[in-house]
Ligand binder design. Structure first.
Ligand code: SF4
Length: 205
């Protein structure tokens, strides 16, 4: 199997668990590129185990300052594997920070609040807020179900309520388009999250 499940960027370790996503963001890197720094993130198969991920992790330079679940898809869709890999990292490298970059749909997808199951494992959730309201969210993120923006906001609030560090993010400047950063920042704050605007860079990451 030539699946790249683990890759490095700027000295940090990233984990690529899936190519599936419940969004189809117009700015998603997957639409423009097949690789990040030459590391192809399209998976040959979605059929792998946590142990396969751990074996690839072992080839990396651990302990690392931070491990980030990210990649070409929504990592929380592989919840059981994500949790098992977090447990491995936490047990063997307790000082390594664990971050999950997510679209915030997990509680909707699983029909329950999954966050308590990640307590003590994940340090930080970075959740894509992606807009000031549901119209803007739907236009930019093209979610595959109705009411996604409200689900994202609920997820951010749940992260905060459960005691996780949480950052709500937007992509600013996609093809010259501007987001109301002040409004998004206020929303983040109301939900108990920090706010981050990430500048869109063509073919960037
Ligand atoms: S949520 Fe992330 S992986 Fe999913 S389509 Fe948007 S940018 Fe791509």
């Amino acid at each position: 199997m030539s699946n790249i499940l683990v890759y490095t960027l700027d000295g940090k370790i990233y984990i690529n668990l899936t190519n599936r996503c419940t969004n189809d963001c117009i700015f998603c890197l997957r639409n423009d590129k097949d690789d990040v720094c030459g590391q192809t993130l399209w998976l040959d198969s979605e059929d792998f185990t946590a142990q396969d991920v751990i074996e690839q992790l072992k080839t990396q330079n651990l302990p690392s300052e931070e491990v980030i679940f990210c990649g070409y898809g929504e990592p929380m869709l592989k919840f059981a594997i994500l949790k098992e890999v977090c447990e491995y990292i936490r047990k063997n490298y307790p000082n390594t920070k664990i971050r999950v970059n997510t679209n915030g749909h997990a509680n909707y997808v699983y029909g329950r609040n999954v966050l308590p199951e990640l307590k003590g494992l994940v340090d930080l959730f970075s959740v894509s807020l992606n807009g000031k309201d549901s119209d803007e969210y739907d236009e930019l993120s093209q979610p595959k179900f109705d009411g996604a923006y409200d689900e994202v906001k609920k997820f951010i609030k749940a992260c905060s309520d459960e005691g996780f560090e949480v950052v709500a993010s937007v992509v600013e400047g996609y093809k010259g388009r501007h987001i109301d950063l002040e409004s998004c920042k206020n929303t983040a704050s109301e939900l108990g999250a920090e706010f981050r605007a990430r500048e869109w860079i063509q073919n960037g990451y």
